[in-house]
Design a binder for this molecule. Structure first.
Ligand code: TRP
Length: 473
């Protein structure tokens, strides 16, 4: 099974790192991480998130890249190849299928949120938020709220941006592995990083920087042990712990095949542990920076950390409205955010597109168009759940968007990760695994990784699941 994938190969190891970082860094870091941390009480969530990244996700990520590298196909056919190689039950192919479905569902809402970021580009570029300097401080919150709300309450506008985003995504996917993707990510990541640093500088100049900092990093270990959360205190509940785990998987693009399919395009001699560690570090750094920017602004302006999905869109414009060159930086920031979202969104459909091509009935272009149309249609559910369907709450008081997010992030991704850990840790031959990792079986890193993957990851994910349904309380 040493063949090269029919879809192509990265031109270098660095190209893989950039593409995988491009997949990982996106709305998950800048939009989702801060609002989830805000909703679940700050420090306790952040520490749970970091622990999940290190203990659960890092091992799974290496395993997922390794699976792709071994199977050399779309996740569905990679699993088919590996099931044959290991003589396991065909049911394992379902892992590939559920991944493709998860990617499809995630992209359907991801595109709508990316549309918000797109909508903010012209809003910022025209200097809308400099108005903040002319109104009394007490009205600033209402001002940013009203701009955000008038966007999400307008289905036509949301659909338009969603359409644009899907079209660009599909053009990039149609371009193939090496085309535009490698080049775009090359300059975008460093640029995004620089703008984030400038914003951290601004955040440090706000009166409540230390409060924001404290909010993010203040925790005590009891928070993690307390499984029952009350309304008034910020101890992490079982639900919060599940959300932190889901967010860790989401942010690293794990558990659905994005990283697996990128691994399939990895040159044979690449060291899996080094490339994955680089991706994890970059992704985590961006999330932490986003939090360090947003929470000081929240506290300095008397906003609510638990404001929910609109948090980034209500806080950053305040900064851009007030800081020198804010219009320029703000416009640049949202452009970069859209680019970061694009480099993530392509990895969400790549597993499905690669599979369609492998069926022999599609070429890259027709596969991209077909998936794009389907995802676009599914995206309407999310569009409407912010306006005309906002009162439709079929389950547990969650609207349709929230349900989609819950189902994919909190259930499908960690479950995918759990199954990957079991497959690689227990069913594949140790020698094959070591060979693909380019590691010797008795190296120390390999030993630790294998131990985490076999025992700790499955146990950890299992405990978080059981805890969330209240087994331990
Ligand atoms: N990780 C990306 C983000 O943080 C989103 C993403 C891309 C993703 N591919 C994925 C999430 C696969 C889950 C699974 O924005």
């Amino acid at each position: 099974m040493n063949k090269i994938s029919i879809h192509g190969e990265w031109s270098s190891k660095m190209a893989f790192i950039l593409a995988a970082t491009g997949s990982a860094v996106g709305l998950g870091n800048i939009w989702k991480f801060p609002y989830m941390a805000g909703q679940y009480g700050g420090g306790a969530f952040v520490i749970a998130y970091l622990l999940c990244i290190i203990i659960l996700c890092l091992p799974v990520m290496m395993a997922e890249v390794m699976l792709g590298k071994r199977g050399r196909c779309s996740p569905i056919n990679t699993m088919r190849n590996l099931v044959r190689e290991t003589s396991q039950s065909k049911l394992w192919v379902l892992l590939g299928w559920s991944g493709a479905l998860a990617g499809f569902l995630i992209l359907s809402y991801y595109s709508v949120i990316a549309g918000w970021a797109m909508a903010y580009v012209p809003t910022l570029a025209t200097g809308t938020f400099t108005e903040i300097n002319n109104i009394p401080a007490s009205e600033i919150n209402d001002f940013v709220d009203s701009i955000f709300n008038s966007l999400i309450e307008n289905p036509i506008e949301l659909i338009s941006w969603h359409t644009v985003f899907i079209i660009i995504t599909m053009i990039m996917v149609a371009g193939g592995v090496k085309g535009g993707l490698e080049k775009a990510v090359n300059f975008m990541m460093p640029a995004l990083f620089i703008v984030l640093l400038v914003l951290v500088g601004y955040a440090m100049s706000t009166p409540n920087f230390s409060e924001g900092f404290y909010f993010m990093f203040n925790f005590n270990f009891n928070d993690l042990l307390y499984l029952n959360c009350t309304e008034t205190s910020c101890e992490l509940s079982g639900e919060g712990l599940l959300a932190a785990m889901g967010q860790a998987f989401f942010s690293l693009s794990l558990g659905m095949g994005s990283i697996m399919v990128y691994g399939a395009y990895l040159p044979k001699d690449a060291s899996v542990s080094k490339v994955t560690t680089a991706v994890v570090l970059a992704d985590t750094l961006v999330a932490i920076l986003a939090g360090l920017i947003i929470f000081p602004i929240v506290f300095s302006n008397g906003l609510e950390p638990g404001a929910g999905v609109g948090l980034v869109f209500k806080t950053l414009p305040i900064a851009f409205g007030q800081m020198p060159f804010g219009t320029l930086f703000g416009t640049l920031f949202f452009i970069l955010l859209v680019l970061a979202a694009l480099s993530s969104s392509i990895s969400l459909v790549e597993p499905a597109v690669a599979w369609l091509i492998e069926t022999g009935k599609f070429n890259r272009i027709s596969a991209s168009v077909t998936s794009g149309l389907l995802v676009w249609l599914a995206g309407l559910i999310t569009v409407f759940s912010f306006n005309i369907w906002s009162e439709i709450k079929p389950l547990a008081g969650l609207n349709l968007f929230e349900l989609l997010d819950y189902l994919t992030s909190n259930i499908m991704l960690p479950l995918g990760g759990l199954l990957i850990a079991i497959f690689v840790g227990w069913l594949m031959k140790k020698t094959v695994v070591a060979e693909e990792l380019n590691s010797s079986i008795d190296s120390f890193i390999y030993y630790i990784w294998y131990f985490l993957l076999r025992y700790i990851t499955p146990l950890g994910v299992g405990i978080v699941f059981l805890n969330a349904i209240g087994i331990f309380s």
